[in-house]
Design a protein around this ligand. Structure first.
Ligand SMILES: [Zn+2]
Length: 161
């Protein structure tokens, strides 16, 4: 259902529930055999700038996490290395690498779904935004659409066992 909704929402439109788009990207990543994580970047006007799912296997790139791909695409769309007043929605708590990129990109608000005690770098592990070496921390809102994001991941890893 989320995928259908996402298909109806094209780049440049203002989604009512951006996390649904991130979840649809996560579903798509899962269907490609990737860890099901998806991300969406909204511009200052609330319109979709970029959306992406994990592509680490497909691109043979350990940095091809959904957040990084979405940030790169949004920067390309804005022709800027900074995403001032832009917000990022991601289905899972970002890892330390992505949290650092979110900081460098000057993302305004980070909304994430499921918490990730094993690999997260926002509320767990490195807690990147809490470090004195972090020069820009976004506002962080966790637990958005958490149950759907967690169910996707659970189903994915259950199928692999
Ligand atoms: Zn990451």
């Amino acid at each position: 259902m989320a995928a259908k909704l996402a298909d109806a929402v094209e780049r440049g439109k203002r989604p009512e529930r951006p996390m649904d788009l991130a979840l649809a990207e996560a579903e798509g990543a899962g269907a490609r055999g990737e860890v099901p994580v998806g991300a969406v970047v909204l511009g200052p006007d609330g319109a979709v700038l970029a959306r992406a799912g994990n592509r680490t296997l497909e691109l043979r790139d350990p940095s091809a996490h959904a957040e990084l791909l979405a940030i790169r695409a949004a920067c390309a769309a804005l022709q800027s290395e900074r995403l001032i007043d832009c917000d990022l929605y991601v289905s899972l708590e970002p890892c330390a690498m992505c949290a650092a990129a979110i900081s460098f990109a000057r993302i305004r608000r980070l909304y994430f779904g499921a918490s990730d005690p094993k690999g997260g770098g926002v509320e767990h592990g490195a807690r990147v935004f809490d470090q004195p070496t972090c020069h820009h921390a976004p506002e962080v809102y966790g637990g958005i659409g958490e149950s759907a994001a967690a169910a996707l991941l659970k189903g994915f890893f259950a199928a692999r066992r």
